[in-house]
Ligand binder design. Structure first.
Ligand code: CAA
Length: 379
């Protein structure tokens, strides 16, 4: 597999790096404290094409490949993992799914705006009693002829308040179990759609995560994505690609913490010399760099496989499983390298450590990734 980056790939990576360093870095700590993402920055991300990276230009997207997307995700998440998840959900879970499986009308009406950031999307699968056990949907979408009547509650929804349109997964025919599940596009502001509690999170605090409630919401029939009963398969297919995005986010968090640690180790002196001269620190840096490189190869591999039209289910799960563990380990070590300074916000690495944890949980926990990998190995 060819991991050489083309001129275009390098240009995307540099543009994302420039944006992250110059626009995201200055107030990243303030946004984390305030638990609020800056709408001006979100608008810029849209203008720069980061919100619809893989969407074809026909629908106002950047028309790039998955490898470009992960390169940008890595650079942005190195600085601000909250920006990373906002971007990842919009790109992988919303735009990609609509372009791949949505009708021409849905693409014209929603994708053209989601790709530019004029609209922001959310993906609503999880429920109070359906996290890992995603087939166990309690939200119902009853077929009433011209529309579906939607009732239920969705939990831990990234972009819950920021979004204008949500992909909602719901049960239409319980007897058919997961084959009776549908996916819909539901607009904010429609009657019966309420944004509930905002979660006070450990990490990725600048991204907003909410409970969403649906009470007798009428969803037009044309807002269903794909054929009747395709909703669960849709969610799984979309999440396979989403996991590549989250793996890239985890990689970025780890790489960001490592870069800070490398720099700090040359500046900080103990026992009369920079701590980078101590073997204890050198061993940490070596191990961090090696694990990050291994994670990067898995992430690039899964992106390349997706771009080449190969089956990437296992590769995506492996990339997310490994990169998220690397992110947790590297960020913990980064705090250790920084010592007492690492434990305070000013030095950034404590935020990276808090941000890393969620990558082992959302878009399928590490345990679910192991299950997916095992099923692929054994089938
Ligand atoms: N890709 C494609 N199809 C898949 C799939 C995959 N990775 N995994 C399962 N499926 C299909 C199966 O083939 C099956 O379809 P058929 O009946 O047509 O063969 C169907 O889905 C049901 O699968 P199972 O019978 O294996 O169902 P299960 O209940 O035993 O397991 C599961 C399903 C894999 C555990 C699934 O529930 C799962 O992935 N859970 C994790 C959910 C998740 O990732 N949630 C993330 C929430 S979104 C989020 O986090 C966004 C955010 O905030 C950033």
């Amino acid at each position: 597999m060819d991991f050489n980056l083309s001129e275009e790939h390098l240009a995307v990576r540099d543009a994302a790096r420039y944006f992250a360093q110059n626009e995201l870095l200055p107030e990243v700590i303030e946004r984390d404290n305030a638990q609020k993402f800056d709408p001006v920055l979100l608008k810029k991300m849209g203008e720069l094409g980061f919100l619809g990276m893989m969407v074809s230009p026909e629908y106002n997207g950047s028309g790039m490949d998955t490898l470009s997307y992960v390169l940008a995700m890595e650079e942005i998440s190195k600085i601000d993992a909250s920006a990373g998840v906002i971007m990842s959900v919009n790109n992988s879970l919303v735009c990609w799914g609509i372009e791949k499986y949505g009708s021409q009308e849905l693409k014209q009406k929603y994708l053209t705006k989601l790709a530019t950031g004029e609209m922001i999307g959310a993906f609503c699968l999880s429920e109070p009693e359906a996290g890992s056990d995603a087939t166990s949907q309690h939200t119902t979408a009853v077929d009433r002829g011209g529309y579906y009547l939607l009732n239920g509650t969705k939990n831990w929804i990234t972009n819950g308040n920021t979004s204008n349109v949500c992909v909602v997964i719901a049960q239409t025919d319980p007897e058919k179990r997961h084959k009776g599940i549908n996916a819909f596009l539901v607009e904010k502001g429609v009657e019966g759609f309420e944004v509930g509690k905002k979660e006070d999170k450990m990490g990725i605090r600048a991204s907003d995560t909410h409970t969403l409630m649906f009470s007798d919401v009428k969803v037009p029939k044309e807002n269903r994505i794909g054929d009747d009963g395709f909703g669960f398969k849709f969610a799984m297919n979309v999440l396979n690609g989403g996991r590549i995005g989250i793996a890239a986010q985890a990689l970025g968090i780890a790489a960001g913490a490592f870069e800070l640690s490398l720099k700090y180790s040359k500046e900080r002196k103990t026992f009369g010399k920079p701590i980078s001269d101590h073997q204890a620190i050198q061993f940490k840096l070596s191990e961090m760099a090696t694990k990050i490189e291994a994670a990067r190869l898995l992430v690039y591999k899964s992106a390349r496989m997706k771009d080449e039209g190969k089956d990437y289910v296992q590769a995506a799960a492996m990339a997310k499983l490994f990169a998220s563990d690397v992110a947790m380990w590297v960020t913990t070590e980064a705090v250790q390298v920084h010592g007492g300074y690492g434990y305070v916000k000013e030095y950034h690495v404590e935020r990276h450590m808090r941000d890393a944890k969620i990558t082992q949980i959302y878009e399928g926990t590490s345990e679910i990734q192991k299950l997916v990998i095992a099923r692929e190995l054994l089938k």
